[in-house]
Design a protein around this ligand. Structure first.
Ligand code: HEM
Length: 156
C-alpha cells in the first residue's frame, strides 16, 4: 500500500492542488456573496436568491473541496513521513507554518458555515463592510502556505 501510494505521489500532489483551488475559490467568493447579500432587503427575491447561492456554494463546492484537500494532503503527509522524508519534516518551520494555515482556513470555513445560517435566519451581526474586509484573510493564509511548501524555509 505504501509503495503504491509513493508511486502515485505526483498524482496525489496534483489532486491536492486541484482540491485546494476549488476550496480557495469558494473561500474567496462566499464572503463576497455575504457582502452583496447584506444589502438585500429581508424576505426580498434577492434575499432568497442569495440564500440559495450561498447554500449551494457551500454544499456542492466548498465542503467536498475542503474534505478532498484534507484527504489528499493527509495522504501526502503519510507518504512523506512513512516513505520519502521520515516524520521529522512535520516539526520543520515551513511545515508548521503550512499546518497553522490549514487550521486557520478550516476554522474560517466553519465560521462561514455558521454565519450562512445566521444570515438566512436574519440574525447576523456582520455587515457589508466586515465581509469586504474579511475577504482578504484566506488569501493571506494561502500566500503563507504556498510559499511555505515551495521554499521549505527554515529547513535544517
Ligand atoms: C487541508 C489540509 C492540508 C494538508 C494536510 C496539506 C498537506 C500537504 C503536504 C504534506 C504537502 C507535501 C509537502 C512536500 O513534501 O512537499 C502539500 C503540498 C502542497 N500544498 Fe498542501 N495541505 C493542505 C492544504 C493546503 C492548502 C489550503 C493549500 C493552499 C492554499 C495547499 C497548498 C499546497 C501546495 C501548493 C503544495 C505543493 C505541491 C508540490 O509538491 O508541488 N495545501 N500539502
Amino acid at each position: 500500500m505504501n509503495a503504491w501510494l509513493a508511486e502515485h505521489y505526483d498524482l496525489l500532489r496534483g489532486l491536492h492542488i486541484l482540491a485546494v483551488i476549488a476550496w480557495m475559490a469558494g473561500l474567496l467568493y462566499l464572503p463576497r456573496l455575504f457582502a452583496y447579500h447584506a444589502r438585500a432587503g429581508r424576505g426580498s427575491d434577492l434575499d432568497v436568491t442569495f440564500q440559495t447561492m450561498e447554500f449551494k456554494l457551500l454544499k456542492i463546492i466548498m465542503n467536498p473541496a475542503m474534505i478532498a484537500a484534507w484527504l489528499f494532503g493527509g495522504l501526502l503527509i503519510w507518504v512523506d513521513g512513512a516513505v520519502l522524508r521520515g516524520w521529522d519534516f512535520l516539526a520543520q518551520p515551513w511545515m508548521i507554518a503550512k499546518l497553522l494555515g490549514v487550521v486557520v482556513l478550516t476554522g474560517w470555513h466553519h465560521y462561514l458555515m455558521v454565519e450562512r445560517k445566521r444570515i438566512a435566519a436574519g440574525a447576523s451581526r456582520r455587515g457589508e463592510k466586515f465581509w469586504r474586509m474579511a475577504n482578504e484573510l484566506p488569501f493571506l493564509a494561502a500566500i503563507i502556505m504556498v510559499i511555505a511548501v515551495t521554499t521549505e524555509f527554515g529547513q535544517s
